[in-house]
Write a protein that binds this ligand. Structure first.
Ligand code: GRF
Length: 216
């Protein structure tokens, strides 16, 4: 089976990008990251891509006078590379409905919370503030409404007494690095599809991989 051609969109450190690059580095990996695109020229993730030998492009939203023209540039790059799957990995621009529609079921995101709780920013602070006992991360297909869409994998972590947002965030990030590659691998192996706006699994060796719980 040909490898799924993936582009990863980033804006920052790119630790999730690194997890995806590492997964794709295996010889028998079902997916291949063919380009990393950043809207921020100084994003450290660009360095990670270069070190992995993956071509990078900066499409700086500040160089465009509208969201649409910025996305036209993105689309041009993605189409020219024959991209079949886009992974948002800390990409900090909102995408228009028309972009999301064009890439329907070919566009996934990782969010640092157990959706549908805590959409948006500052999820770790808000989880602590709300007093929840469990928090986590979600990989989901992207839909026009921010942080909505069929859920592919979630991982949860405990919220410990006296946790700071930083400590909790680190615990969540560790899980993000596990579930994002897992989700991409399942998609590339055609083990997941969307039906009636829910994810249906087919031939996944261990379905528990889509529900990761803390040990102990
Ligand atoms: C992650 O927490 C991700 O869930 C969120 O943005 C952060 C990006 O981190 N969407 P990194 O750039 O992958 O290190």
């Amino acid at each position: 089976m040909a490898k799924l051609k993936v582009a990863v969109l980033i804006s920052g450190s790119g630790s999730n990008l690194q997890a995806l690059l590492d997964m794709c580095a295996a010889e028998n990996a079902p997916a291949e990251i063919v380009r990393v695109i950043s809207n921020v020229p100084t994003a450290y993730g660009l360095e990670r891509a270069k070190q992995a030998g993956v071509p990078t492009t900066v499409i700086n939203h500040k160089d465009y006078d509208s969201r649409e023209s910025f996305e036209d540039a993105l689309n041009q790059m993605l189409d020219s590379e024959n991209i079949k799957m886009i992974c948002l990995a800390g990409f900090m621009r909102l995408l228009t409905d028309s972009f999301v529609q064009k890439w329907k079921d070919m566009l996934i995101n990782i969010h640092p919370a157990l959706l549908p709780s805590f959409k948006g920013l500052h999820t770790h602070e808000r989880a602590i503030e709300a007093g929840v006992k469990f928090h986590g991360a979600t990989v989901h297909y992207v839909r026009p409404n921010m942080d909505e869409g069929p859920i592919i994998i979630q991982a949860c972590v405990p919220v410990l007494p006296n946790d700071t947002a930083d400590e909790l965030g680190k615990r969540v990030l560790e899980q993000e690095h596990k579930i994002y590659p897992l989700a991409l691998r399942m998609i590339a192996k055609r083990q997941v599809r969307v039906s009636a706006e829910k994810v249906v699994y087919n031939g996944v060796d261990n379905l528990m991989e889509s529900m990761i719980n803390p040990e102990g």
